[in-house]
Write a protein that binds this ligand. Structure first.
Ligand code: PMP
Length: 399
């Protein structure tokens, strides 16, 4: 007998499978809008100048490669807290915020899920419908029961806010609620500041536990603006919550796996205890995080000059996405499809385009344009070169 003979073959990740199909496509006009990556105008993943500068310095220094502490590089975790809450936040001064460097935003979600599974009364999480596919996978793997809350309105292509509030009000006290801070993946539909205030009121009234996923800080309106959800929670009467954050997009460091788990506790004493639990979780998973990506981010954020350069470069990525949205809407209208104007109101890398699976299939088969079967397109993978071709194709399959 063998150990693996009866192991079931499970399907691969559908979005990664899409890129394989795209790579195998020989058409020169092909466009991959299935990814979750920002590409520059020449179709490359940018290496930011500020990052390159730190990288060259690190290479020249050729420091020994010791282990990092279990919870990561202190300069990195401090800078991360300040980026999330603002350096002046009283929570930081009170010692109520513990940040751990993690293996990307995904590692933050997983470590946070492990922590909550241990500490919360009943492990149930409510996730937006729809949400990033991996949310369900991560919390499911840890043993959470998973519920949906209403989020996207297919008719308006925006948030079904009344539906969302009604669903949140129905949750049992102690339920974890996963919220996308900004640039909602996959829809691009975000809450306004006023809506965040209402959501936070419901979370507080119903004793729900907020788990914020912030993978795109700075990709919609700006570093501070995109942190509205975190800042409002910090000011609210909710004393405990979690933030999983990522520098994959904002520093264009996808493969370096730089993320952070930040936990707010009611007291400094509780915060120390929580951090001790997190260290135990990390120790048993991968012992300690990796050095390079965190050193790059800490190097940039720790220098006033490089930080300013990074903010400029982040602003350029953000502005380019806005320009691509506007350009796509304009071209679609020119090609006879003005009904896509909503794309300009959506935020971040993605748009739930409203295209059906059949239309997505036609885009791929007839035009070599790859999108996710749900109709999600990555606006940040468009370019001024491909806008007209994509708009023409989308208008054609929409007729
Ligand atoms: N959350 C959301 C909503 C995301 O879109 C992503 C990245 N696709 C992540 C978390 C994870 O980011 P990372 O690549 O840093 O693990």
């Amino acid at each position: 007998s063998t150990f693996f003979a009866d192991v079931e073959l499970v399907p691969g990740d559908p979005i990664l499978g899409l890129s394989e199909a795209y790579n195998a496509d020989s058409r020169v006009t092909k466009v991959n809008l299935g990814v979750g990556i920002y590409y520059d105008e020449s179709g490359r993943i940018p290496v930011l100048d500020a990052v390159r500068e730190v990288e060259q310095r690190l290479a020249a220094e050729a420091k020994p490669r010791g282990y990092l502490p279990i919870d990561g590089l202190p300069d990195y975790t401090r800078a991360t807290r300040e980026l999330l809450f603002g350096a002046e936040s009283p929570l930081l001064g009170a010692g109520r915020v513990a940040t751990t460097q993690t293996i990307g935003g995904s590692g933050a979600l997983r470590t946070g899920a492990d922590l909550l599974k241990k500490t919360l009364p009943h492990a149930t999480i409510a996730i937006s419908n729809p949400s990033w596919e991996n949310h369900r996978a991560v919390f499911g793997a840890v043993g959470f029961d998973i519920l949906d809350y209403t989020y996207f309105d297919n008719a308006t292509h925006g948030v079904d806010f009344d539906g969302m509030l009604a669903d949140l009000r129905r949750l049992d006290a102690g339920t974890v609620v996963l919220l996308h801070a900004c640039c909602h993946n996959p829809t691009g539909a975000d809450l306004t500041e006023a809506q965040w205030r209402e959501v936070i009121t419901v979370l507080s009234e119903r004793s729900l536990f907020p788990f914020i996923d912030m993978a795109y800080q700075g990709f919609d309106r700006g570093i501070d603006e995109d942190a509205t959800a975190v800042r409002l929670l910090a000011e609210s009467d909710i004393a405990e919550f979690v933030v999983a954050s990522s520098y994959s997009k904002s520093f264009s460091l996808y493969g370096e796996r730089v993320g952070a788990l930040t936990v707010v506790s009611a007291t400094a004493e509780a915060s120390r205890a929580v951090q001790s639990q997190i260290k135990r979780i990390v120790r048993a998973n991968y012992s300690s995080p990796s050095t390079h990506g965190a050193a790059l981010v800490a190097g940039v954020l720790g220098s006033a000059e490089l930080r300013a350069r990074w903010e400029t470069e982040l602003g350029q990525m953000r502005e380019r996405i806005h320009a691509l949205r506007a350009g796509l809407v304009e071209k679609l209208a020119e090609h006879g499809a003005p009904e896509f104007a909503f794309i300009q109101d959506q935020a971040g890398m993605f748009s739930y385009s409203g295209l059906s699976r059949a239309q997505v299939d036609r885009l791929r088969d007839e035009f070599g344009i790859y999108a996710v079967g749900t109709g999600r397109i990555c606006v940040a993978a468009l370019s001024l070169r491909t806008l007209d071709y994509v708009a023409d194709a989308v208008a054609t399959v929409s007729r």
